[in-house]
Design a protein around this ligand. Sequence first.
Ligand SMILES: [Zn+2]
Ligand SMILES: [Zn+2]
Length: 256
Amino acid sequence: MEIRILGAHNVESANTRLTSLLVDGMLAVDVGSLTSSLTFTEQQKVSSILLTHSHYDHIRDLAAVALNTSYVRKTVEVYSQAITLNAILNNIFNDVVYPDFTKRPAERPALKFHTLELHKVADVGGYKVLPLLVKHAVPAVGYEISSKEGKSFFFSGDSGPGLSSCWEHISPQLLIIDVTMSNGLEEHAIPSGHLTPRLLGEELKQFKKVKGYLPPVVIIHISALFERQIREEAKQLAKELGAKITVGHEGMKLKV
Ligand SMILES: [Zn+2]
Ligand SMILES: [Zn+2]
């Protein structure tokens, strides 16, 4: 499986993009920067989209996906919890902000929404996907995504402390985790449902305890303002845990 990080930040600028991953060019996980990162040809290869939660920085490009797809007479399959899909339907595809592309074009709607159940493995575009509840400001899930070859990775989406409740259910070869703020901002990170390097360390210690190993970790959803500090703290944490912890960036390609 090849995972390409399209957006590794929670803030957008000329140099940073909103959170989005692309698996084998076909499966998108969050679409904060899907259309803004891909050519039209690349976009047409994306057949399925998984959404972790309804926050704008994770769904921003879904409206653009819908319009682009409507022109090529295709349907993109979109998967998430019912509460997340309903929030998107009611607030974006409500025929006010944008047309309801789950009904347009009438002969072949651009988007088809599919509801995922927590803790229930689903087949999404040929991958096995396990949605697990994480702690965030709105209902949110992380996903373990496994290929037919038995390779897998876990993406936390946005999550605060308590991520370790997921560990007993998964055995991934790679962790991609939200670290939005630096250690000094822990009091802001916790109520908004995000991690700092120190809080990540606590979750990773639990992973090792529960699973008996620790896979490589890539951190994303970085707030650019604190990026230098996060890099230093992540380096320290890697040393302390004897772990491989890398700071993700736009264009980064990961293999599992
Ligand atoms: Zn969020
Ligand atoms: Zn976010």
